[in-house]
Ligand binder design. Structure first.
Ligand code: ATP
Ligand code: MG
Length: 487
């Protein structure tokens, strides 16, 4: 496990690879869980801050316009300076080019920073800056004046995957770059040949299983912790393995610790539980009808069967030049299969699933962030939290489903749909999501999704590929224009 000093971070992005023809085998079924399941740490500063460069179309999204519209989740009437933050933290924010707080930051920060500390359950749309809200609270609460304070964990942040944990480390590094002696530890599974060392740092970010293990082995000292943050909290508390682990971790922490839960989604059954996990919490919540992000244009297209999905994918990439894109599939096996077939065709694609070892996962995501691979094929493991500003298209190759043993009908996974499409359209940028529908059941699931979010998912006709190209390009441009004028 590493302790790191803050560093500056690169931003990635550029033109998409083209992808072409294929043979025809069927993907096997073996659904990928949404949680983390393995591997080493090796955090890196990956954040591009609020760099608004898009590779393909030179569009400057005018954030100040967006932030002036009270209905926009990026809205703000205040400045960071009014929130009583440490000047060195303000310096970090300005180095990141953060000019004004977003709505969630503006609302959450006074509640979070208040003394005596109170718990918080915070919800806001994808890409609206929840990370900065909880990182600012953590940085503000650290006492770095003594060597002991610098080397003893005071804040613990848990995330469902190693990629998200590493990303959060990157944000802390950049935001905290002017805080002397800030050391950050990453607690994610080690490669099988590595031996984790004691974490001597003031902030720890990790996945629950590894954190639990490190506390038990006393290489993570927990008795001075003041803040516990759960990012993607509904997922952390809902999912069997992760939920149990989070509860066990919490039971090993000081009783008066401030508990902070953040997510874009808090389905009812988890919300009730979340308020028990974080007793007496202040709450910032949204109705599910308010959750979709305006800048993300949602589309779908019909395919006749599994093989046709692949042909369609190939067609789509053959005609489109997008920034970076993510293709979400149901199983590790189909991720592998699609990757293999594309590589045979000579394309540079990256694929990341829970099946590969940690250091390799790190290499894949870093390659994608840096724009060395423009297409990332993945499962639900990367559905949440991942922030890569250049992603302008998300493909739901398979519609996300909830797996209920014995259920008669297939059931759409609303939360995962929202998180997946939220990998594009980050902080006022625009993007397109395209869901593939290959039978009646899937069409029904897509309909359920539309109803649940009170949103409209528009069909694109694949009979005429020129038209498809036209529609998608126009969509990206129009949506961009809209976002620009803050509508
Ligand atoms: N006040 C701000 N000004 C400018 N950019 C910001 C601001 N706050 C956050 N951002 C940028 O917005 C992007 C999205 O932020 P973040 O990843 O925290 O979103 P999120 O709310 O956690 O989304 P998700 O629900 O998908 O996890 C990041 O690239 C971040 O740097
Ligand atoms: Mg997030």
């Amino acid at each position: 496990m590493s302790s790191e000093q803050p560093t500056e971070a690169p931003a990635g992005g550029s033109l998409a690879d083209r992808i072409t023809a294929v043979d025809g085998s069927k993907p096997a079924e073996n659904v990928e869980p949404a949680g983390d399941n393995g591997q080493t740490d090796g955090a890196a500063a990956q954040q591009g801050g609020s760099d608004l460069h898009e590779p393909d179309y030179t569009v400057e999204v005018k954030l100040s316009d967006l932030q002036a519209d009270p209905n926009n989740p990026l809205f703000s009437v205040k400045n960071f300076e009014d929130l009583g933050l440490d000047p060195r933290i303000l310096q970090g924010l300005s180095a990141m080019n953060f000019r004004k707080p977003s709505k969630i930051q503006e609302r959450a920060l006074p509640l979070l920073l208040h003394n005596p500390p109170k718990n918080l359950v915070g919800q806001s749309q994808s890409g609206t800056g929840k990370t900065a809200a909880f990182v600012l609270n953590v940085l503000s609460r650290l006492d770095l004046t003594t060597e002991q304070g610098q080397k003893t964990p005071q804040a613990l942040m848990l995330a469902p995957t190693r990629e998200l944990a590493r990303q959060i480390v990157g944000v802390i590094q950049v935001m905290g770059q002017f805080l002397d002696n800030l050391m950050i530890g990453t607690a994610v599974p080690a490669d099988s040949n590595a031996r984790p060392a004691k974490l001597e740092c003031s902030v720890v970010v990790g996945t629950p299983g590894t954190v639990m293990d490190m506390i038990k082995r006393r290489i993570l000292v927990a008795n001075k912790l003041k803040v516990l943050v759960l990012d993607e909290a509904d997922n952390m508390l809902d999912q069997q393995g992760l939920g149990d682990q989070c509860i066990r971790v919490k039971s090993l922490l000081p009783k008066d610790i401030q508990i902070v839960l953040f997510s874009a989604t808090f389905p009812d059954h988890v919300h009730n539980y979340a308020t028990k996990f974080a007793p007496g919490a202040n709450e910032i919540t949204l109705q599910h009808e308010e959750l979709t992000v305006e800048g993300i244009k949602q589309l779908y297209l019909d395919c006749s069967d599994e093989e046709d999905k692949y042909r369609t994918l190939v067609q789509l990439y053959g005609l489109l030049t997008v920034g970076s894109s993510i293709i979400f599939v149901k199983t590790r096996a189909s991720a592998q299969e699609i990757e293999k077939r594309m590589v045979v065709e000579g394309h540079t694609v990256a694929s990341l699933t829970g099946g590969i070892e940690g250091s390799q996962r790190d290499a894949v995501i870093d390659q994608f962030r840096a724009g060395q691979a423009k297409v990332l094929i993945t499962t639900n493991v990367l559905a949440r939290g991942i922030d890569v500003s250049t992603v302008s298209m998300v493909i739901n190759y398979d519609i996300p489903e909830i797996h209920q043993p014995g259920a008669r009908e297939r059931q759409a996974d609303f939360q995962t749909y929202l998180h997946r499409i939220g990998r594009t359209g980050r902080f006022g940028r625009v993007g397109v999501s395209i869901s593939f529908v290959s039978n009646r059941e899937e069409w029904n699931m897509l309909n359920q999704i539309q109803q649940y979010f009170s949103t409209s998912i528009q069909r694109i006709d694949t009979k005429d590929w020129d038209e498809v190209e036209d529609i998608i390009k126009k969509t990206i441009k129009n949506t961009r224009a809209q976002a620009q004028f803050g509508k």
